[in-house]
Write a protein of this length. Structure first.
Length: 230
């Protein structure tokens, strides 16, 4: 898809209609620093402006050393590299997520604008909780195991059950009597992940306690934390 962007250069008085053939997406954690680069050649550039949505946040001709607009919401934690026009924003917050648009020209000739979508996420801090409910099936001497994984964050869920990989926060599994299966739930977003691990064993609890129909034996829980650099 092609996006049209109206570019206005404060010093040159030049206003151009630019097109961009798609977006680039960058994922960062709260507190990170991001460097936004257009990827365009820098030779012969006569006008270069960074916008955040409709707000001009940096320009190569701004008089201050950092090239940052006084109206920029990032004015105290950003800077423009005047050699390659890379924009650096520090101490990112969730509210910084949005479209950063680089509009430029060379010798009064328009160039395609570059749109970079920044998505800032909170890293996952809590280990997920695995809940297990096991029901004995006497007809085939096995256990039907219901697995549920939960956490407080907005995440994606991935299960490893034995040698199978499954998605979704709930799963159902059959285990033979006296058999055991390792289950791992991994929760992740674009910047981090955490895992919980348990071993589930199937036994006929009715032989030990006829009044009890459900029994789950679990052991060994561990926490795994990983940060993805994307």
């Amino acid at each position: 898809s092609t996006t049209c962007v109206l570019g206005s250069f404060p010093r040159s008085g030049l206003t151009l209609l630019h097109t961009s053939s798609g977006k680039h997406v960058i994922y960062k954690k709260v507190g990170d620093t991001v460097e936004l680069s257009s990827g365009l050649p820098t030779e012969g550039v006569t006008a270069a402006t960074w916008r955040y949505g409709e707000i001009i946040i940096a320009d190569k001709d701004f008089e201050n050393n950092m090239g940052v607009s006084k109206r920029s919401p990032f004015k105290d934690r950003s800077g423009l590299n005047h050699e390659n026009f890379t924009l650096t924003v520090r101490k990112l917050t969730l509210q910084d997520s949005g479209d950063f648009i680089f509009v430029s020209a060379t010798k009064e000739k328009q160039r395609d604008s570059v749109i970079i979508t920044l998505q800032v996420h909170e890293p996952i801090t809590k280990q997920p909780v695995i809940k297990i409910n096991s029901t004995w099936i006497s007809s085939n001497e096995s256990c039907k195991v219901l697995l549920e994984c939960s956490t407080t964050a907005d995440v994606s869920y991935k299960w490893t059950v034995g040698n199978q990989t499954l998605t979704g926060h709930r799963q159902q599994y059959i285990i033979r009597q006296d058999g055991e299966t390792n289950v791992t739930c991994t929760v992740s977003n674009h910047v981090s992940e955490k895992s919980a691990f348990q071993t589930v064993k199937c036994s006929n609890s009715e032989q030990q306690d006829p009044g009890k129909k459900h029994k789950t034996l679990t052991r060994q829980t561990q926490d795994h934390d990983s940060t993805a650099l994307r």
